[in-house]
Design a protein around this ligand. Structure first.
Ligand code: 3PG
Length: 208
């Protein structure tokens, strides 16, 4: 499955920063039950890779990727752990080359039109717009739709339950990413019912 096909599976990609390995599987199960099967595990915590591996092995229906990929070497590392895709907050040429060499579907981060043009030239037509809220939000996405007709985006960073549907209404938005469906305090309190409810509400959001 390529990146666009994975993005089409659900309107929201939960961005998960997992601090306790034991949370990984029940957290992922709650999100998948709620209707969000595509999960991004950020590589920002000690247990991130093991969490990715555990979810991949144990949670039926989950499509798990690695987020916060910053170096080329991480592509092989996350692929070995079972990642189906990788996400980065920004992208330099060496990272794009490593992604292509690894064969792993990749959602590279961009913040400018030039970055989007360069990645489109390299064949990446679905890009993470990050940090969406701080970098221009809805107005930026609307403004680039005409000059970049081939490019679609997954805005992430500052997107929440209140703004997600406005992003998803844009024709150049394939899906959105965000941590709001798995609030840190709900994960800390192992409130999987609340997380499933938040996921179900996010899964009902409509795309054009
Ligand atoms: C991140 O990398 O943390 C994501 O962009 C999530 O951002 P959010 O917490 O604002 O949803």
């Amino acid at each position: 499955m390529n990146m666009s096909a994975m993005a089409a599976l659900a309107p929201v990609i939960p961005v998960l920063t997992i601090k306790r390995l034991t949370d990984a599987v029940p957290l992922a199960r709650a999100l998948v039950r709620g209707g969000l099967p595509v999960l991004e595990i950020t590589l920002r915590t000690g247990p991130a890779l093991e969490a990715l591996q555990a979810i991949t092995g144990e949670v039926e229906g989950a499509v798990v990727g690695a987020g916060t990929v910053l170096t080329g070497a991480q592509f092989d590392q996350v692929k070995r752990a079972g990642a189906r895709f990788a996400v980065s907050p920004g992208c330099m040429p060496s990272l794009a080359l490593a992604a292509s060499a690894s064969g792993l579907p990749f959602l590279p981060g961009v913040q400018t039109v030039s970055e989007a043009m360069e990645l489109a030239e390299r064949g990446f037509n679905l890009l993470k717009f990050f940090p969406a809220g701080a970098a221009g939000g809805l107005a930026w996405l609307k403004a680039v739709a005409a000059p970049l007709p081939e490019v679609r985006f997954c805005p992430t960073g500052g997107v929440g339950a209140d703004t997600a549907s406005a992003y998803l209404a844009l024709a150049n938005v394939a899906c959105v990413g965000g941590s709001w469906v798995a609030p840190a305090e709900a994960v800390a309190g192992q409130d999987w019912t609340r997380i499933e409810r938040l996921a179900a509400a996010a899964a009902r959001l409509k795309r054009p």
